[in-house]
Design a protein around this ligand. Structure first.
Ligand code: FES
Ligand code: FES
Length: 164
């Protein structure tokens, strides 16, 4: 089988992989890095459980070839941890809101929400729903997930205002 060298940044660290050209990004990150926040739900781009950020944008890593990651910067939930608290505000908000039940969808939802919570333009609840529409949850009914994202976005906007 053909293999290729892929160099990319994963959670802030430069990495090199000699990878099967057919491998998905989700397989590469789980198998080579042990990043098991990335879930295999459907493996066909339908559920969002494998969502990671690639150069700041959410992608379903199960349908993204690992070789396409050459030169890119990838962020997973493992890269969000706060040095002081060990857990990021968005993760804590999911816990506080009761937005985690079985937890299988949670890392994907969190990564899909990052562009929302990092934006200075407040998103309405409908906009939040639209932006995470590619992520499926079988447990929570979605309202608590939207609560967690909305609360974190408000918190981040207030923090940025107070520090500027
Ligand atoms: S596992 Fe990738 S979208 Fe479902
Ligand atoms: S918490 Fe179980 S699938 Fe979302």
């Amino acid at each position: 089988m053909a293999r290729k060298l892929v160099s990319c940044t994963v959670n802030g660290t430069k990495r090199h992989y000699h990878i099967d050209v057919r491998a998905s990004l989700s397989d590469m990150l789980r198998n080579e890095e042990g990043l098991d926040s990335i879930k295999h739900g459907c493996d066909v781009g339908e559920c969002g459980a494998c969502t990671v950020l690639i150069d700041g944008k959410p992608f379903n890593s199960c349908i993204y070839l690992a070789i396409w990651a050459e030169g890119k910067s990838i962020l997973t939930v493992e890269g969000l941890n706060d040095v002081k608290t060990g857990i990021s505000d968005i993760q804590q908000a999911f816990i506080d809101a009761g937005a985690v039940q079985c937890g299988f969808c949670t890392p994907g939802f969190i990564m899909a929400s990052i562009p929302i919570i990092e934006s200075d333009k407040p998103a309405s609840r409908d906009e939040i729903r639209r932006q995470v529409a590619g992520n499926l949850c079988r447990c929570t009914g979605y309202e608590k997930i939207v609560d967690a994202i909305e609360k974190t976005q408000k918190k981040r906007i207030a923090e940025r205002k107070s520090s500027s």
